[in-house]
Design a protein around this ligand. Sequence first.
Ligand code: SAH
Ligand code: SF4
Ligand code: F3S
Length: 447
Amino acid sequence: MPTTFSIKTYGCQMNERDSEALACLLEMNGFQEVQEDEDPDVMIFNTCSVRDQAERKVLGKVGLMKRRKRERPDLVLGIIGCMAQRRGESLLQELPHLDFVAGTDQLQNIPDLVKDCLAKKGQACAIDMGPGVFRELDGHRPGRLVAEVSVMRGCDQFCTYCIVPFCRGREKSRPIGDIVAEARMLAETGTKELLLLGQNITAYGVAEARARGEYTPEFSGFADLLEALQEVPGIQRIRFTSPHVRFMNRRFVEAVSTLPKVCPSFHVPLQSGSDRILKLMHRNYTAAEYLERIQAIRERLPQATFSTDIIVGFCSETEEEFEMTRQVMQTVGYDMAYIFRYSQREGTQAARTLPDDVPEEEKHRRNQILLEELARHVKAANAAAVGTTAQVLVEGPSARNPQRWSGRSLTNKMVLFSPQENLHAGDVADFRIVRATENALYGELCR
Ligand code: SAH
Ligand code: SF4
Ligand code: F3S
């Protein structure tokens, strides 16, 4: 019987992707993946540190595993990912029933760590982030229509509120050739859409170009990458997350608005609509510059839609400054937005130098106002889609109601429709939108 494992993932898409690659690596090492409730021999928690709540959730969950471990002392428990990187050894002391901790640059070494733990070699901690050779794991679960591909690791932006640069280390980009090879392999196994991942994806290749002394404001390694991926046969759609306004130069705008496979929906984190707050956050752009980039894309691609990330209640944010964020939301008209209440993270510049002085109730109130603002816009935009035609990548039976099938439009809207003969998962077809709710569009196949 092979040793079984299960990975529980918290946090962002980068963690999702790391978990997938790790699962493939463990399988290559003879382990077998099972569901969490199937009593795996090895339980791995891939963790997030971005907000306090994210850490507390995992700590609670791992705390609960103490009982399971008492009933089954041979169970191996590991914490990996961002919280592992940030807290390291201290986690092993805090949670004596934990077997190993592995940081964000240690994915390759996890099979050996697990084997050592199974051989009862005692608690282990691996969190080195040395400059060593950067080799991305490229294993994927087979048969994914939409596949995630990490194109870079780390972040060098050091926004003052953000823990990510401390958890994920310095920016490093993979060579274009490696990414294209991975995309080709995916296309050969049925993948139609790529979701490219990087914390600061528009800085793809920047650190390397700087080291070569070749960096200029016109440089966009990311545009080069998109052009190369455009040529991969079988890949029909390309999306990416997250761009940073600072690197959305002319070359980038040109590439995303002219390459046919790049989908016309963009996630562009705003964080705040106030220039004073943006400066305190160390975002390196003003609200006007942000809007100017959105406008530049819209001029070339009138059908483009946008989504964003926003933080409310950052240190010293006044009501007027909050209103400026609401203004930008109204101006752009986002399709989707993640709105967060500021959470102070130990070790960041904001935690060291700026008081977390907006009361929790006030953060909550501002959050609610923006959620309502968003819902209003999404409802109106979805209603306006009725009567239009949407190109849909058919995914198959919908998760909620298997009588219905679902797929995504070019702007990443969920489209629901009745199953049809001759229509299969992976097909791309045009649907006339006949009805809309806040969450989905309902379509009829165009003949
Ligand atoms: N690299 C991406 C986002 C990474 S984290 C970018 O720059 O856009 C995802 C989102 O979490 C951020 O965009 C931000 O809105 C939010 N976030 C990060 N740190 C936070 C904190 N300390 N408190 C609240 N939200 C935070
Ligand atoms: Fe965090 Fe800023 Fe880097 Fe995004 S760009 S991961 S918000 S430091
Ligand atoms: Fe969280 Fe790490 Fe992603 S802190 S948001 S899992 S990069």
